[in-house]
Design a protein around this ligand. Sequence first.
Ligand code: UT7
Length: 332
Amino acid sequence: MNKITAAITAVGGYVPEYKLTNKELETMVETNDEWIRSRTGIEERRILKGEGLGSSDMGTEAVKELLKKRNIAPEEIECVICATVTPDMVFPATANIICDKAGMHNAFSFDVGAACSGFLFALSTGSAFIESGRYKNVIVVGVDKMSSIIDYSDRTTCIIFGDGAGAVLLEANTEGMGVQDSILKSDGSGRQYLHMKAGGSVKPATIETVTAKEHFVYQEGQAVFKFAVKGMADVSYELMQRNNLTGDDIAWLVPHQANLRIIDATANRMGLSKEKVMINIQKYGNTTAGTLPLCLWDWEKKLKKGDNIILAAFGGGFTWGATWLKWAYNSI
Ligand code: UT7
């Protein structure tokens, strides 16, 4: 019997309608369009507006699209893994809520928290379930409503982040398509540079923590930037080396969309020309766990069966990694 691999067989995505432009940010904090574009590559980001709406609502939309495209009933889905740092609630898991909202009543589901690398870590976990032969399908969702944890008076963070969701369906494949190899890494000592100070078990929410704005993203941008450039480029290069891949073998790089300069550095290290790099940071900003599946969603029609694709991410934790996969289908 042929080896079982985990192949992506459908992609869904969702971004909210509201566009927060650099121009609008100029009216909120001391910044300007030129600075944001040249330092990050971002022009606008999407914001989820509306009372009572959270990450699960965006994730559910992405999943519904994916199920429709693949023409598969929600009850057939066996497992759902949701990567997010902005769950609807501390518990239950957002994946549980997505299953309920999308009618995936036979799936077991849980969340993965690895910040911007969350989708990659969840993809690897879901793939292992399939490769083991135990499950025939798994949905992996990457979603974040970053606007719920951003301080819109802090110009160093509010210009970067946006809201959005992407989802992929993984199915067992015996043609050798899908996930080929992954290198995933984490280093908890990096937490000092990127975290949320309160709201966890160390410092539960109080009036004081709210007043001190400790429920927002805290980031030391320059330090994170340095680690991200090195981490994402090194791990992508290592993955290519150990699989004897050169830039010519790679059809697409799908990089985490945190900063255009980090993406460029990674592509250079891998020997890839700009045309092979998926970039949508200009329209969505950094959607944390949403960036990688949202790239696949935007590029799906251009992808061809057999394309070698490398996904790479770096984020809070620190967490980082790269995954090599072979695309499994041609879009009609
Ligand atoms: O996805 C999770 C992982 N996160 C990342 O990968 C983010 C990594 N970090 C970054 O992308 C960048 O560090 C930032 C985009 C956050 C900041 O860019 P930078 O080039 O590192 O800027 P900086 O912090 O070195 O600041 C340069 C200058 C400072 O002014 P002075 O001290 O030189 O006078 C800042 O005060 O730019 C100033 N500045 C701004 N000016 C206009 C900082 N933010 C802004 C702003 N608008 N929004």
